[in-house]
Design a protein around this ligand. Sequence first.
Ligand code: 1GP
Length: 246
Amino acid sequence: MRIDIPNRQRKAVAQLIDPDKVTDSSLALTADNAARAKVDFFLAGGSLTSAPVGILVEKLKKLTDIPVILFPGNLIQLTAEADAIFLLSLISGRNPELLIGNHVIAAPFLKNVRESVIPVGYILVDCGGRTSVEYMSQTSPVPRDKYDIAVATALAGEMLGMRAIYLEAGSGAALPTDIKMIEAVRAEITIPLITGGGLNTPDKVEGAFAAGADMVVIGNGCEKNAKLITDACTIRDRYNQRLLSI
Ligand code: 1GP
């Protein structure tokens, strides 16, 4: 199954599941809730995980038909079980391991599942505080109000052949990606735009969609409030109805 991230024609909601934050019973409830809300994708992964991501992916695939995308926080999370794999290049940073080093190590493994690999230009943006991804990646985020830097970075990612751009405020971010930054990047790139990090209320999800995000990723917010994913999907549906009528 080839997975495509929507691009302007419709909007999508992805729910991020961290294998360390679920039990079998909570996962069953999460999957059931996501299936009812018609979540578009599960993302599986995390910055630091002790539970195997491959097992989480297998469980999710048994529980629902929702496609599972691997969102690897590091090389030990690689698994061939997912429907798609985000091959993340941290293009906002200047850490060579996260731009090419890890990709070289992963390539002999990934060549066996190459149809499922989606190269993603991953742009870490300032969210008003330090996040795990910032510390773990040893990179600086794009300053919150430097829209031109975000745009130039996203354009570079597109021209390097990335199939999507991900504006990442960081898991549990105090503030999600600045709306004006989403608008500025959306106006310049032609590939799908994903954003996540700190989207913990329906208003913030609405703001990201309104600014032009094609897909939102929600993790922590759903762990604290299971209804958030349903609300996010309702907002998505409203946008999709509008897009259909254009
Ligand atoms: C993190 O963008 C995702 O990579 C989701 O972040 O957990 O804050 O929703 P949250």
